[in-house]
Design a protein around this ligand. Structure first.
Ligand code: FNR
Length: 375
């Protein structure tokens, strides 16, 4: 179908379910065990309703903000997802970079350590030099690989390191486990390079099982401190799921956290990040830890209204994973740009109706929070 027929992010998902290979669909759409957290991530947004303010001049809506000290045109970003070539075999993550630069608003892109394309290729695919790119880091048991990688992406112009800490191993995603996966043919670029997979065919049950091998399950807060020594880039911890850990991250000098349960792909029955956000921000503010410390959130965000709700509760930026994978798989860079336009439009429309002129205006007073914790 023509791209014009896509009206919202769910349309990309429906189309992807029809056209993707069984393998790509299983890897992209799956989540852990009974997929309770996958559903809950989005459902939690349904428990938040708005309290609009009227008689506010909303002729112009300003979506600009700052993330990690850099100006951005919108308060959302494309988060890291591995193996983009399963859905877009030729261009993979490069088309995400292009889409992020082609849309009428520039959008930051976080590149996965387990991407199908190298950080060099993705940096080169930028359409505009001021496009923001961040690097998502999995710490390898060989710390030399990690040190070299961090130095390398810093040189390439990536502007932050997001260390993922919710995946000491990959969760049990049963749809994915049912499908055979060849690391040699389909594995991430970095495994082929560092583990010299080119000539040793390895076949696993599903993609995630193969990817676990790259990650060190023994990392602790000590490794975060080590990382701070090897890079000047802002370090953000991705995959935090409780208030206490957010406070710890701020206290050890990180630049931020992503409240995330990996899109429901890790521990099933993890709580929805939006709930964790609601109980975290008041405590951070009380302790004066919310300055120069950005709280991001991802998981289940599909509409402009979802983004607005997270911003009202104090998120600095909001990440989307699967919707961009599906848009990229169905239409390549144009699909990615279209997803950005749709989200931008939805945000503008809803902010006008809410009576909020800019991102700065958004606060808790716009939300009815009474049902959020009633599951
Ligand atoms: C992911 N996610 C992820 N996170 C990460 O830190 N490194 C990675 O390599 C990946 N890979 C990955 C692959 C696929 C197919 C998915 C769906 C997700 C998690 C991702 O960054 C993010 O936390 C979730 O995708 C957010 O949830 P939604 O937006 O997909 O609901």
């Amino acid at each position: 179908p023509p791209l014009e027929s896509i009206l919202n992010l769910y349309d990309f998902e429906r189309l992807a379910s029809l056209i993707l290979s069984n393998q790509a669909w299983a890897y992209y759409s799956s989540a852990a065990d009974d997929e309770i957290t996958l559903r809950e991530n989005h459902l939690a947004y349904h428990r938040l309703f708005f309290k609009p303010r009227v008689l506010v001049d909303v002729s112009n809506i300003d979506l600009k903000t700052e993330m990690l000290g850099e100006p951005t045109e919108v308060p959302f970003y494309v988060t890291a997802t591995a193996l983009c070539k399963l859905g877009n075999p030729n261009e993979g993550e490069k088309d995400i970079a292009r889409g992020c630069g082609l849309a009428h608003k520039l959008v930051p892109q976080m590149l996965s350590t387990l991407a199908s394309c190298s950080p060099d290729e993705v940096a080169e695919a930028k359409v505009k030099s001021e496009q923001l790119q961040w690097y998502q880091l999995y710490i390898n048991s060989d710390r030399k690989i990690t040190r070299n990688l961090v130095k390398h992406v810093e040189e390439l112009g990536y502007k932050a390191i997001f260390v993922t800490v919710d995946a000491p191993l990959m969760g049990s995603r049963e749809k994915d486990l049912k499908i055979k996966f060849s690391t040699t043919k389909q594995g991430p670029k970095i495994m082929k390079e560092t583990e010299k997979l080119e000539d040793t065919e390895k076949v696993t049950h599903g993609a995630s099982q193969a990817l676990s091998e790259f990650i060190d399950p023994s990392i602790t807060w000590k490794d975060i401190k080590e990382l701070q020594k090897i890079t000047k880039l802002p370090i953000v911890i991705k995959g935090i799921q409780r208030r206490e850990d957010v406070i710890k991250a701020a206290e050890v000098g990180c630049s931020g956290v992503v409240l995330s349960n990996h899109g429901g792909r890790q521990l099933d029955f993890s709580r929805a990040p939006i709930e964790v956000l609601a109980e975290t921000m008041p405590e951070l503010k009380k302790r004066g830890l919310d300055q120069h410390f950005d709280v991001f959130i991802d998981g289940g965000i599909r509409r402009g209204t979802d983004i607005i709700k997270a911003l009202c509760l104090g998120a600095k930026g909001v990440g989307l994973g699967r919707p961009f994978l599906y848009a990229n798989s169905c239409y390549g860079k144009e699909g990615v740009a279209k997803a950005i336009e749709l989200l931008t439009k939805e945000m503008e429309t809803s902010m006008k109706l809410l009576g909020a002129q800019s991102v700065k205006d958004l606060n808790e007073s716009f939300l009815d929070l009474s049902a959020l914790h009633q599951k």
